[in-house]
Structure formats: structure tokens, C-alpha cells
Design a protein around this ligand. Structure first.
Ligand code: NAD
Length: 248
């Protein structure tokens, strides 16, 4: 018996990284997974490999959401879960951030999450689940990622409000707040974990960067009945980074 047997779950940004691991784990736990992304070749290949369905979905476009949800309802007859995972990161000090860049980060990370909730929840089975991907920068500041941190704080806010508004239908809404996780996003210059290992050993109490599979297990917990009495909460998964300041 899988923990998601019979459930239809959409995972955005699932072509690679954390979304890919969520899609793999959810499929292994019995879900009918919908892999949604803008990276069509990678997304289609993954879907084929794990027996999932692929839909092209730019999360910042309302038309794309409408088309994707209609296609999923058509093919599967229902939607029980959504993981709003798609996101982008840009590095700039706030005072140097071009408005276009700020707005693009808002469009994908914040509007994408809003549109996911707005489009999927009305079609979702009562008792369904939504997991939004925030970040530890949704709960604390971090220099050089102002646009990103602003949108991730917004994702935590959206999570709390959606949880309140959807609780009457038994739909639970929570957020994952990862620290540094070893994906393409955390190594924009292509550096591997060996190059960044010393940095994370010093910075993170558990002494290493997180693995996307670890975030996937948290998303699974929040998408299945193991978390049946939990809603409206941000869950930090960061190796202890946010616990406080180390002095050694
Ligand atoms: P990633 O870059 O490997 O994956 C992001 C995925 O989102 C990619 O498949 C990408 O194609 C997709 N995507 C980007 N824009 C999209 C759009 N407009 N529509 C649909 N899909 C889009 O990075 P990741 O680490 O797997 O990131 C997953 C989530 O985790 C993001 O929301 C990110 O902000 C968050 N996060 C990452 C870290 C980290 O250190 N990697 C830390 C905290 C939070």
C-alpha cells in the first residue's frame, strides 16, 4: 500500500531538482502524478520513466493553469493534490535589482503560487492537499536575494490565508521552507557539491547541503494522511541553519 494510492497530484517545476524527486517519490507511493514544467523535453522524459503524465505549464500564466487543470480533469477525472514547487532565483543587492528582474521573480514564485491555488482548489477533491514551496528566506532575510526572499515571504502568507479559507472543505495547505538544497538552483555557476562542501560544513549545523530527496519526503508527509491535523504551517528543512548562531 502506498501512502498516496489513488490520488492525483500535480507537481510544478517537476522536470528536475526537488520537483523531480517529489514526482518520483509520489509515483512510488501510488499517486497518479502530473509533471508540470516549462522544460518540456526533460519533463516528458521523466513522466515517461515514472509512468506519469506531462503538461506544459508556465506557472505565471493563468491560461496555462486553466489548460493544465482542464487536461488533468479530462484525463484523470479528479485532482487531489498540488505541489507548487516551480521557482526561480536571481542574485542582486536590492539597490541594484532591475525592476524587470524583480517582477519576473514575483511572476514565477509568487503569482505562480497564487494562480496554482486559485485555479486548482476549486477543482480539487474535498480533503485534498496543497504544499507550497517557500524557503528559509521566507522566514528570514538573506543578502543578495531580495526579490526572491520577498516572494518566499509572500508564499508563507498565501499558505496561511489559503489554509484558513479552504479548511472548511478539509483541504490542507502547508509550506516547505528548505535551506540550501543541492540542485541546479544552488549552483548557478555549475559548481558541484565538492566545491561548495567546505562552505556548507562551516555554515550549516548538520555540516552539509540538503538533498532534494529529503525535501521530497517532507512534501510527501504534508501530502498524505500522516499530517492529517496539520494546516497553515511553514516547515523549515535546513540542517539547523535557522536555529540560531553558532559560536564555534
Ligand atoms: P531547480 O532550478 O532545479 O528547479 C526549478 C524548476 O522550476 C525547474 O524544473 C524549472 O524549469 C521550473 N520552473 C522555473 N520557472 C518556471 C515556470 N515559470 N513555470 C513552470 N516551471 C518553472 O531548483 P530547485 O532547487 O529544485 O527549486 C525548487 C523549488 O525549491 C523552488 O521554488 C525554489 O525556490 C525552492 N528552493 C530551493 C532551494 C535550493 O537551495 N535549491 C532552497 C529553498 C527553496
Amino acid at each position: 500500500m502506498g501512502r498516496l494510492d489513488g490520488r492525483v497530484v500535480i507537481v510544478t517545476g517537476a522536470a528536475r531538482g526537488q520537483g523531480e524527486q517529489e514526482a518520483r517519490l509520489f509515483a512510488a507511493e501510488g499517486a497518479e502524478v502530473v509533471v508540470a514544467d516549462v522544460l518540456d523535453d526533460q519533463g516528458e522524459a521523466l513522466a515517461k520513466e515514472i509512468g506519469a503524465r506531462y503538461v506544459h505549464l508556465d506557472v505565471g500564466r493563468e491560461d496555462d493553469w486553466r489548460g493544465a487543470v482542464a487536461a488533468v480533469k479530462d484525463a484523470c477525472g479528479r485532482v487531489d493534490g498540488l505541489v507548487n514547487n516551480a521557482g526561480i532565483l536571481r542574485f542582486h543587492a536590492l539597490l541594484d535589482t532591475p525592476l524587470d528582474e524583480f517582477m519576473e521573480v514575483v511572476r514565477v514564485n509568487q503569482v505562480g503560487c497564487f494562480l496554482g491555488i486559485k485555479t486548482v482548489a476549486p477543482e480539487m477533491t474535498d480533503g485534498g492537499t496543497i504544499v507550497n514551496t517557500a524557503s528559509y528566506t521566507g522566514l528570514a532575510g538573506m543578502a543578495a536575494v531580495g526579490a526572491y526572499a520577498a516572494t518566499k515571504h509572500a508564499v508563507v502568507g498565501l499558505t496561511r490565508v489559503a489554509a484558513l479559507e479552504l479548511a472548511g472543505r478539509g483541504i490542507r495547505v502547508n509550506a516547505v521552507c528548505p535551506g540550501a538544497v543541492d540542485t541546479a538552483m544552488s549552483r548557478p555557476d555549475g559548481a558541484g557539491p565538492e566545491a561548495t562542501g567546505a562552505f556548507y560544513r562551516r555554515l550549516v549545523p548538520l555540516g552539509r547541503i540538503g538533498r532534494p530527496e529529503e525535501v521530497a519526503r517532507l512534501a510527501l508527509f504534508l501530502s498524505c494522511d500522516d499530517s492529517s491535523y496539520i494546516t497553515g504551517q511553514p516547515f523549515v528543512i535546513d540542517g539547523g541553519w535557522l536555529a540560531g548562531v553558532s559560536i564555534s
